[in-house]
Ligand binder design. Structure first.
Ligand SMILES: *Cc1c(COP(=O)(O)O)cnc(C)c1O
Length: 369
């Protein structure tokens, strides 16, 4: 069996090659390389997909988070409760606002922010709560909505890994006040470069994000605020539109691949991902836990099977955030997950033969553990 990558982006391109090449040619022929109809069309389509009233395309998912926080009025000294079991950008966006990330622990079965621990960390400086739908698994949004209502907080969703996932039938990103999505190439809906989008049904927030992302300008050469330059280019928009038409089908294929692993690995000592019935998981990553992870990953790599370590260092122990004063032991569930979790290859293009091969190797190596 040839090498099996964690996420097969080339197979994804080859499935849509003709349409993507045609979309690229269309933009090149248009003579318009910033903003324009492709970006506007994508914004409408993403708003529809996420069941939001507005979508504002920006340069990347990190900017989406920082701009959403700014539009929500989060600034210096404000505390934002979030998870440490996520990509660094979640906390980086908060710090970029001059605000303080306050880390709460995660639920050990879903890896998502634990509502009870989040509540314990609320102070009179808390302004927002920022759950991440990690690995494509929806966070407990009802509990966060309840917390927000009782304590007057804004809810901003980091849906960077989870477009198309549903929580009790609702699209993630559109459940809280503002949702942030990334189009990084490996995400479930990725471009061929950087990109992101903010979704919301709050017209004032959408307007603010759009203004801030365009140099604080509505009218060319007139600026009413200090903003940034954060745009999605039409080339990426045209590519993402082609893939958006496949999103539902590809998320379904991810789910089927996850179920195939769940069945095949049932009798191994691996702790398989939990999928609560009310959560429409989209398996951005298939993350399992195993005490002998490092040895297993080495063995699998010798057989050409890539695995990923999500996440090797929790955010509260990152050097860049040492000033926040956290130490080892502060978030035990997060730290255990970081120590033992790893992802097996999963993408819509993973074949049953590849999965059988992976399952067989995992069974061989974990026998006797
Ligand atoms: C990818 C990601 C981001 C950042 O998105 P970029 O487009 O890479 O800036 C933020 N949060 C999470 C959870 C992510 O996975």
């Amino acid at each position: 069996m040839n090498n099996i990558p964690l996420i097969d982006l080339r197979a994804q391109y080859l499935e849509l090659k003709d349409e993507i090449d045609e979309a690229i040619r269309r933009v090149m022929d248009s003579g318009e390389y910033i903003a324009g109809p492709e970006v506007e069309a994508l914004e409408k389509e993403i708003a529809a997909t996420t069941e939001s009233s507005f979508a504002v395309a920006v340069g990347n998912g990190t900017d989406a988070l920082a701009l959403a926080l700014e539009a929500a009025g989060i600034g210096p000294g404000d505390e934002v409760i979030t998870t440490a079991f996520t990509f660094f950008a979640t906390a980086e966006a908060i710090v970029r606002r001059g605000a303080v990330p306050v880390f709460a622990d995660i639920d050990k079965t879903t890896y998502n922010l634990c509502p009870e621990d989040a509540e314990r960390r609320i102070t009179n400086r808390t302004k927002a709560i920022l759950p991440v739908h990690v690995f494509g698994q929806p966070a407990e949004m009802d509990a966060f909505a309840d917390l927000a209502a009782r304590h007057g907080l804004v809810v901003i969703e980091d849906a960077c890994q989870s477009i198309g996932a549903t929580y009790k039938g609702r699209q993630v990103g559109a459940i809280g006040d503002i949702g942030c999505i990334s189009f990084f190439p490996t995400k479930n809906l990725g471009g061929y470069g950087d990109g992101g989008i903010v979704v919301t049904s709050d017209e004032r927030a959408a307007d603010r994000v759009r203004l801030l992302a365009r140099h604080g300008s509505r009218k060319k050469y007139f600026h009413e605020a200090i903003g940034v330059n954060s745009r999605l280019d039409p080339l990426q928009a045209a590519i993402i539109r082609v893939k958006l038409a496949r999103l539902h089908d590809w998320n379904e294929r991810r789910r089927q691949a996850a179920e195939y692993y769940n069945t095949g690995l049932r009798d191994t000592p691996l702790r398989l991902p939990a999928a609560p019935r009310h959560a429409g998981h989209v398996y951005h990553l298939y993350v399992t836990q195993f005490h002998g992870r490092d040895a297993l990953a080495t063995k699998l790599s010798q057989d050409g099977i890539s695995t990923g370590h999500y996440y090797p260092c929790p955010l509260h122990l990152q050097k860049a955030l040492a000033g926040l004063g956290y130490k080892q032991g502060d978030l035990p569930v997060t730290e255990t997950a970081c120590a033992h979790s790893f992802a097996l290859p999963l993408s819509p293009h993973l074949t049953k033969e590849q999965q059988d091969y992976i399952i067989g190797k995992v069974m061989d190596y974990t026998q006797g553990w």
